[in-house]
Design a protein around this ligand. Structure first.
Ligand SMILES: NC(=O)c1ccc[n+]([C@@H]2O[C@H](COP(=O)([O-])OP(=O)(O)OC[C@H]3O[C@@H](n4cnc5c(N)ncnc54)[C@H](OP(=O)(O)O)[C@@H]3O)[C@@H](O)[C@H]2O)c1
Length: 329
């Protein structure tokens, strides 16, 4: 079977290759075997290939924080999924044609989910959902500000905020995105830059913004924080610049703002497996009824992993880059 391997850390399209590896074999008593139907290339996967992600496994290593698969075999001790079920996997190393994993790590998703959307269900939808629920006690009518608003997380957050009656102020790098984001339910949009604070105030009428979500880092964090109200929370959950977040002392000391971090794994770890399954059931239903989706720019076969990785690093993409290891999806 085919599997993506990196033999050293470096520029992703140079260090990743599609290798022939032994089959995973049949499932043990408490295991599940599934065919990987599709996986996305997320920013964290790119960082992992570069060796600058928090996890740096021994080499050779297989990247891949998420995927969707179809169960082909289950062990005698597994009863919550059966052959034919569509599943997502809570564990990593998913850039491959087949996985054999512990039964408790797979979660069945609705069989009618579009495969491309199901491939992106595991990470970004719960990230958007839990950042809206775990950080600040938000009430309908409250404003939230986010940068990378046209990212998959950003778009999902716009939709989830709308469902909860929250208002979103969306910061991006170009104004040509405003119409698209407004059609998703964005209340207001602005281009990042030195005058972000004034642009935001013009849209909100000075209404307090109690939560700011930042995945750019560097000075962008400080610019976002300048739009957040006194006593509000600025949450850093990513770094598209590769920099650390910068906060003005005045925002922290005089403004009483709190800079916090968010990591999906930590947020899920505070929940039971039943609660986690409930979260994915709810998100799966919202994908199934069309409330939630993330655009896809192109799907590659696994043999073209180098081209897929190079493409995933382009600026101004119109959606995710996916890989379909077992044929077109
Ligand atoms: N902490 C967690 O648990 C967690 C979980 C999921 C995701 N994340 C983070 O969330 C962020 C978004 O992930 P995603 O999968 O939704 O991303 P995505 O769909 O691949 O989109 C990437 C976004 O980053 C923007 N971008 C790229 N380089 C940038 C730069 N130098 N400055 C400002 N913006 C830049 C792109 O804007 P353009 O269109 O203008 O190029 C685009 O909006 C990432 O940082 C990711 O690591 C964190």
């Amino acid at each position: 079977m085919k599997q993506v391997l990196i033999d050293r850390y470096g520029q992703p399209e140079e260090v990743a290759r599609c290798a022939e590896v032994p089959d995973v074999g049949p499932p043990g008593r408490d295991e599940v075997v599934f065919d990987v139907l599709a996986f996305p290339i997320n920013p964290a996967d790119v960082w992992m290939c570069k060796g600058s992600y928090r996890l740096k496994p021994p080499l050779p290593a297989t990247p891949g924080a998420e995927c969707v698969g179809r169960v082909t075999a289950v062990g005698a001790g597994v009863s919550h999924v059966k052959p034919g079920d569509l599943v997502i996997n809570l564990q990593r190393e998913n850039w491959t044609q087949k996985r054999r994993v512990k039964g408790e790590d797979v979660i069945a998703v609705p069989s009618n989910l579009p495969i491309r959307q199901a491939a992106m269900l595991r990470i970004n939808p719960p990230t958007a959902l839990l950042m809206l629920s775990d950080l600040v006690d938000l009430k309908p009518g409250d404003w939230v500000i986010q940068n990378v608003a046209n990212s998959a997380v950003g778009r999902l957050l716009i939709r989830l905020a709308r469902v909860r009656g929250l208002k979103t102020m969306n910061v991006v790098r170009r104004d040509s995105l405003f119409g698209e984001l407004k059609s998703l339910g964005a209340d207001a949009c602005a281009v990042d830059g030195p005058s972000l604070g004034e642009a935001v105030k013009a849209h909100t009428g000075g209404a307090p913004i109690r939560l700011g979500l930042d995945a750019v880092s560097g000075q962008a964090t400080a610019r976002l924080a300048s739009c957040v109200a006194e006593g509000g929370v600025v949450c850093n959950y990513g770094s598209m610049t590769g920099e650390d977040p910068v906060m003005a002392r005045s925002a922290l000391i005089f403004g009483g703002q709190r800079l916090v971090g968010f990591m999906l794994g930590r947020a899920l770890a505070t929940r039971s497996i039943d609660q986690i399954r409930e979260i994915y059931a709810d998100l799966g239903a919202q994908v199934s009824n069309g409330t939630l989706s993330a655009p896809v720019e192109r799907v590659y076969p696994i043999e073209e992993i180098k081209a897929a990785l190079a493409h995933a690093q382009h600026d101004e993409r119109h959606g995710k880059i996916l890989v379909a290891p077992n044929g077109p999806v």
